[in-house]
Structures are given as structure tokens and as C-alpha cells.
Design a protein around this ligand. Structure first.
Ligand code: AMP
Ligand code: TRP
Length: 329
């Protein structure tokens, strides 16, 4: 049994990319491992966000976690801000992270380049340190994430190794990213050279999308001028992205998906993709609607935080003793 941890930040509407790259995979681990799944609400503050939006997004993610099959009796589901040890370990770990390595983080460079240089928040810069604390606190060996988070998990790994070397003890478990072989980077439907992301409404399918809207988005997805349904990421990025979505949702390989559409035109293919996407959304939305306004969400979070604190407080004790922070024996 291994400890597995992952999280999503409540910065916007969850997309089909979040589902395929992350959410869908979390529940697969819960039967045979100790799973911690949280909402990275402190991370959501690293870019401007309205308080009521943050609140609603947070509840939404809890409801979607449950709707996507996470079972609070098997996995601990909680908010980052409810377990103070995240901030505490983040502060301690910040002393072992180098500004040079944080400066090299792709996500930081990307997000900072869209801001006025004078207004880049410190939290955005130290984001990966807090993320490392999230992971390390739970002795997480595996961290299931999409492709874009790989670099952050690798930094957590480097920090854990550095810390262990510094104190010559195996104080931290060394984490590793678990990236799905297909579906780790679902692309925008309107521009398949860009990632589908919460902040780009045009090419996104949102988990909350009306089924008709979702169908329309798939039917008008950008493709190419050929008429062969074939996986070729370089020359046919739109079709390849749709094949990826289809195969992930059907739980088949890309090759099996290609075989199903030999000789089919793009219209037929897109209709089949739209069908499986709409089936998936409908299933998730039905459950989401059952949970979103129920008190059950708070019960789940309370139980999850309690379970999380039990392990997080132990790690913090270990770390404090290791670095020499005094406490009564
Ligand atoms: P975020 O939306 O950045 O909070 O991401 C939450 C999780 O979803 C992370 O594990 C991401 O790697 C994953 N994710 C986000 N967008 C995509 C995408 N377009 N394709 C696959 N995975 C994604
Ligand atoms: N940074 C992740 C994202 O943007 C969210 C996150 C925060 C996370 N802490 C984490 C993911 C720890 C995995 C493990 O998606």
C-alpha cells in the first residue's frame, strides 16, 4: 500500500482536460492505496480571484471529486487551507529551494509573462514550494497529474532529496509524478496547438457545460483538410486530440479507436466523439447535482481534514525535530 496524493486548484470551471488528465484517474488508486485528494485553495490565491468565485469553485471541485467516483470512506478529501501544516512546511521548505530553480519553472514564466513585471506576486513565485509541501507532508510516493505539473512534482522530488542529504536521514519519502500515457495533455478544440485550460473558454469543454453546447463544440472542433481519421499529432493535431479524448473516455487504445473509424468521414467521427463526451458529462452532472447543495460536502471535508491532519502533524513534528526547532520532549 502506497500513499498517493493529488490536488486541483479552484481557479475556474473544471474542463474535460482536468477530467481526463487528472480527476478520472484519482479514484483508480483508492482501493489499493491510501489516497489523499485535496483542493489547492491557497494556490488559487496566487493570481487575482474574486472571493465568491473562489468559494463556489471550491465547493464545485468537492462535488466533482465525488461525482467522478472518489469515495470519502476510501480516500481523504480535504481543503489545503484546512490543514495548517501545508503552510508551515511550505515556510520551512522555502529555505531549501533556490531562486534560480523557481525562476526556471515553466508555469511561473508563462503566468508571469502575462502580468506587469512590477505586480508579480511572491506567492506565484513560491507556488512550487507550497506544492512540494503538499506532497511531502503525506509521504506521497506517487502523484497523479497531467503533463503540465510534471516539472513541479520533479521539483518536490529534488527538494525531498536535498533535505534528506542535508540531514543525512531518510526523513522524506521521494515522490514521483504519475502521468497518464494518453490524455496527459488534452488540447483546445479551437486551437489544437494550445492546452485545454480553465482560462480559455473558447476551446474548452467544461464539466458543467450544457450537453447541447458540448456537442456543438465537438462538432465544430478544428480539424484538417484530409478526410482520414488517423493519429498524427504533428500533421493532424485536431483529429489526434479528438482520438485521444475518444480513446480515454472509452478506455481503449488509440489504435483500437483508429480501427473503429477506418473509412469514416469527419462528421461521423465527430458525432461518435460527441456521443461519448455527452454520456460522460451527463453521468458526472447527475451526480454533481445530487451533491452540490447538500451538507454532505461539509461532512466529507471535515472527515478528510481530520484524516489529513493526523499524518501531516506527524510529518511536521519529524521535520521540526530534524532541523532543530525546539519543542518540549
Ligand atoms: P489545473 O487546472 O491547472 O488546476 O490542473 C489540475 C489537474 O488537471 C493537473 O493534474 C493538470 O495537470 C491536469 N490538467 C489540466 N489541464 C489539462 C489538460 N488540458 N489535459 C490533461 N490534463 C490537464
Ligand atoms: N499545481 C497543481 C495544478 O495547478 C495543483 C496542486 C497543488 C497539486 N498542489 C499539488 C497537484 C500537489 C498535485 C500535488 O494543477
Amino acid at each position: 500500500m502506497e500513499n498517493i496524493l493529488s490536488g486541483i486548484k479552484p481557479t475556474g470551471q473544471l474542463t474535460l482536460g482536468n477530467y481526463i488528465g487528472a480527476l478520472k484517474n484519482f479514484s483508480k488508486f483508492q482501493d489499493e492505496n491510501k489516497v489523499f485528494v485535496f483542493i489547492a485553495d491557497l494556490h488559487a490565491l496566487t493570481l487575482p480571484i474574486e472571493p465568491e468565485v473562489l468559494n463556489q469553485n471550491t465547493k464545485d471541485i468537492v462535488a466533482f471529486y465525488l461525482a467522478c467516483g472518489l469515495d470519502p470512506n476510501k480516500a481523504s478529501i480535504f481543503l489545503q487551507s484546512h490543514v495548517y501544516e501545508h503552510s508551515e512546511l511550505g515556510t520551512i521548505l522555502g529555505n531549501y529551494a533556490y531562486m534560480g530553480e523557481l525562476n526556471r519553472m515553466t508555469q511561473f514564466k508563462d503566468k508571469a509573462s502575462k502580468l506587469n513585471e512590477k505586480n508579480i506576486g511572491l506567492g506565484l513565485f513560491t507556488y512550487p514550494v507550497l506544492m512540494a509541501a503538499d506532497i511531502i507532508l503525506y509521504d506521497a510516493k506517487k502523484v497523479p497529474v497531467g503533463e503540465d505539473q510534471k516539472q513541479h512534482v520533479e521539483l518536490a522530488r529534488d527538494l525531498a532529496i536535498r533535505f534528506n542529504h542535508r540531514y543525512k536521514k531518510d526523513i522524506f519519502v521521494i515522490p514521483e509524478p504519475v502521468i497518464p500515457t494518453t490524455g496527459a495533455r488534452i488540447m483546445s478544440l479551437s486551437d489544437p496547438s494550445k492546452k485545454m485550460s480553465k482560462s480559455d473558454p473558447k476551446g474548452d469543454i467544461f464539466l458543467k457545460d450544457d450537453l447541447k453546447v458540448a456537442r456543438k463544440k465537438i462538432m465544430s472542433a478544428v480539424t484538417d483538410l484530409e478526410c482520414e481519421v488517423r493519429y498524427d499529432k504533428e500533421n493532424k493535431p485536431g483529429i489526434s486530440n479528438l482520438l485521444t479524448i475518444y480513446s480515454c473516455l472509452k478506455e481503449i487504445t488509440i489504435e483500437e479507436a483508429e480501427k473503429e473509424f477506418i473509412g469514416a468521414n469527419y462528421g461521423t467521427f465527430k458525432r461518435a466523439v460527441a456521443d461519448v463526451v455527452c454520456d460522460t458529462l451527463e453521468r458526472i452532472q447527475t451526480k454533481y447535482n445530487e451533491y452540490i447543495n447538500s451538507d454532505y460536502l461539509d461532512e466529507v471535508l471535515e472527515k478528510g481534514a481530520k484524516e489529513a491532519r493526523a499524518i501531516a502533524s506527524n510529518t511536521i513534528k519529524r521535520v521540526k525535530a530534524c532541523v532543530g526547532l525546539y519543542s518540549k520532549q
